[in-house]
Design a protein around this ligand. Structure first.
Ligand SMILES: Nc1nc2c(ncn2[C@@H]2O[C@H](COP(=O)(O)OP(=O)(O)OP(=O)(O)O)[C@@H](O)[C@H]2O)c(=O)[nH]1
Ligand SMILES: [Mg+2]
Length: 436
């Protein structure tokens, strides 16, 4: 993704030997280029970059910061301002209606959203009011069943409004009910009329527009049209994983003044996160988003029955590594997890952990299967004769057993650092809401 280029900016500032006007100008140019390539609206790019430049060259450095930190802070704050607030949906009874163009990801997002609320402890149900796409009913039903979410649909009915109404009645015990609607390749009158009819019959607390990040700047026109038709409360950007143009949807939301609620980052139901502007910007800048990572860890942990204290606080044994490896399969590729780690830290992880591939993870599990309970709980006792025994027992080599132990040690120190909050190479002070 092109917004990734922003990561280089913090590094550039951190590495430069002198901080002067030339550096500020170069940084501002880099930011402009990165934002424009990511399809951010030109006017917004201009505003953001001009205010960064103006502030960096004129504001006094706060006593707690050095000049580099000062500039990074300004870049961070101005990007935050450019992005605006996220939409916070409180964890209480609500009806949510999803709308969007065909293929934008509504049905997938219905399931993602349902699982999100269910994981937060709310009773959640979904209704399919898409009578256009023949497979829509089965698609949502299957997803709902897989995650133990209540489902309502009427396979043979063509009356989307009636289905939505019936669905609300059938799921009235649920705290959260999410209504999936039909998409069309363009915003036709028929679709708009149906949307309006469903909305007025069901009176959703939140009407959320699902936008495909690949739309880039086209997202703006789309969002305007939907907003004019039914009044949108929040935006969910999907497929943020697969495009260089994600900035377009972000800036469309800002342009129209509708907050972003969630972001979809992959096809799997787990690839979904609440939009947290502070975390989002720090991640764009490569400073990591420890909060999103922990939230995700917490979620997967619950599924795996992993001891969260051990996972996060550093009383961490090989047993946790075992469960963690299983959990990672669900979290997605390691590179994605690394992306969420703070600046500096992620780079260190590159060599130590990133090279640990899925293949290797499987091998690690086999090795651990040949260990005794005592060894798993207290890896310190694993000396070279035990290493030899484990290697033979698991059909691997002592070298591979040592690799696992090295991986374990790295992860253990990661967990310790997380606990102490000692992350990141830059002593960044004064950043709000970043968990440093
Ligand atoms: N990579 C990626 N793919 C996604 C994401 N969200 C949805 N998809 C994929 O996008 C395709 C369309 O998703 P659907 O959920 O069926 O979209 P829809 O808006 O319900 O489509 P219609 O009902 O036909 O309008 C599917 O192949 C999904 O797996 C995402 O965040 N990332
Ligand atoms: Mg659909």
């Amino acid at each position: 993704m092109t917004l990734d280029a922003l990561k280089g900016i913090v590094r550039k500032i951190a590495k430069s030997s002198t901080v002067d006007k030339a550096l500020v100008e170069e940084v501002v140019r880099d930011i402009q280029r990165a934002l424009l390539r990511a399809d951010v609206n030109v006017i917004q790019v201009k505003e953001i970059s001009e205010s960064i430049k103006k502030r960096a060259l004129s504001e006094d450095v706060l006593p707690a910061l050095n000049v580099k930190e000062h500039i990074i802070k300004i870049v961070y704050e101005e990007l935050m301002r450019g992005i605006g607030e996220g939409l916070e949906i409180p964890l209480k009874k609500a009806k949510i209606m999803l709308v969007g163009l065909q293929g934008s990801g509504k049905t997938t997002t219905t399931a993602k959203l349902a699982k999100y609320f269910k994981d937060k402890g709310l009773k959640t149900g979904v209704v399919t009011a898409d009578t256009w796409r023949p497979a829509a009913y089965d698609q949502l039903k299957q997803l709902a069943e897989r995650y133990d979410i209540k489902f309502y649909g009427e396979k043979d009915s063509k009356d989307a409004v009636k289905i939505a109404e019936n669905g609300l009645k059938a799921l009235k015990d649920c705290d959260i009910v999410i209504i999936d609607t039909a998409g069309r390749h363009a915003l036709e009158k028929e679709l708009i009329d149906e949307m309006i009819a469903i909305a007025s019959a069901t009176k959703p607390n939140y009407k959320l527009l699902v936008i495909d990040a690949a739309m880039g700047q086209l997202a703006s026109r789309q969002a305007k049209a939907f907003h004019e038709a039914i009044g949108i409360d929040g935006i969910i950007i999907t497929k943020f994983d697969g495009t260089a143009k994600g900035g377009g949807a972000l800036s469309a939301a800002r342009e129209i003044g509708i907050p972003i609620a969630f972001i979809g980052t992959g096809e799997k139901v787990e690839d979904f996160e609440k939009f947290d502007p502070a975390g989002f910007v720090s991640r764009l800048l490569g400073m990591g988003d420890i909060k999103a990572l922990l939230e995700k860890v917490e979620r997967v942990v619950k599924e795996e029955d992993l001891d969260p204290d051990a996972f996060i606080k550093g009383t961490f044994t090989l047993k946790d590594v075992y469960k963690q490896i299983e959990a990672m399969g669900k979290m997605g590729p390691i590179s994605k997890i690394l992306d969420m780690l703070p600046f500096g830290f992620g780079m260190k992880m590159d060599d130590a952990v990133a090279e640990v591939t899925q293949e290797k993870m499987k091998k690690f599990k086999v090795i651990m299967d040949s260990m005794t309970e005592e060894e798993l709980l207290n890896p310190k006792i694993i000396d070279s004769s035990r290493i030899r025994r484990i290697a033979i027992g698991s059909g691997t080599s002592p070298q591979e057993v040592r690799e696992l132990l090295k991986y374990y040690k790295t992860m253990k120190s990661v967990m310790k650092k997380m606990k102490k909050g000692k992350l990141g190479k830059l002593p960044i002070k004064g950043f709000p809401k970043m968990g440093f």
